[in-house]
Design a protein around this ligand. Structure first.
Ligand code: MN
Length: 234
């Protein structure tokens, strides 16, 4: 069974971590064994523990610090996650060094992009005729807007190419794409909704498949493809 190291949300003031059940259930149903690396761990311990795993899953959460990519804070920047901002780039670099597949969900996709040298839109434009809503008020698992999956990408192999409805719970997005990454899906307003790299194995999605797969089973396929890639490591 492929062991999957998973990062999680952190409340710095409260001094606790939490992770949505969806990630744990999705990895388990895909045949993997999830282990969580809480942000309270020292960064060096997290990096050491990653060597026990076959893959790295970076989960959703708070906004990235713009310091990570050399910008000043936008007035609408939301709550941050200082321990994760420190932990996750180290885990990504170690996973790359070890040759482990990486899956990023929402914030997870964004921090992959930043760690590899890309930048982030701190506050998606909500004005103008092209704007669409990326923070849905409907139930979290529901399809909210479309994305267009580019043919020939890994994601197209997993979900099929063309339009598919996804949920949306973000107000940041990838701006400049990092070297080595390719866009595999866009929203109708031009927002980058998925990225990937063939080698090393990297897939990032801006939506939340772990919230959707119990209602729309096709979204489990993302986790199945990831776990299969991780299982191939040994
Ligand atoms: Mn969206």
């Amino acid at each position: 069974m492929a062991t999957i190291a998973i990062t999680c949300m952190h409340n710095y003031q409260g001094g606790y971590s939490r992770i949505s059940d969806g990630y744990i259930k999705a990895i388990e149903q895909a045949g993997g064994g999830p282990i969580v690396l809480p942000p309270a761990l020292s960064p060096s311990a997290g990096v050491k523990l990653l060597s026990l795993a076959d893959g790295l899953l970076l989960t959703g959460g708070n906004d990235l610090s713009p310091f990570l990519y050399g910008r000043e804070p936008h007035p609408q920047l939301g709550d941050g996650a200082v321990r994760r901002d420190e932990q996750e780039p180290l885990l990504i670099k170690e996973a790359l060094r070890l040759g482990l597949p990486i899956l990023g969900v929402c914030r997870g996709m964004q921090i992959i992009n930043v760690t590899l040298g890309g930048t982030i839109i701190q506050h998606i434009n909500q004005e103008g005729p092209e704007a669409i809503q990326h923070r849905q008020n409907s139930p979290g698992w529901r399809r909210h807007h479309h994305v267009d999956i580019k043919s020939g990408t890994r994601l197209a192999g997993i979900l099929g190419s063309g339009a598919i409805g996804v949920n949306s719970h973000h107000h940041q997005a990838v701006e400049k794409l990092a070297p080595g990454l390719e866009v595999s899906a866009y929203a109708p307003d031009g927002t980058i909704e998925a990225v990937e790299s063939a080698s090393p194995w990297i897939t990032g999605v801006q939506w939340h498949p772990e919230m959707m797969f119990e209602h729309y089973p096709e979204f489990l396929k993302i986790f199945q493809a990831f776990v299969a890639a991780c299982a191939g490591q040994k």
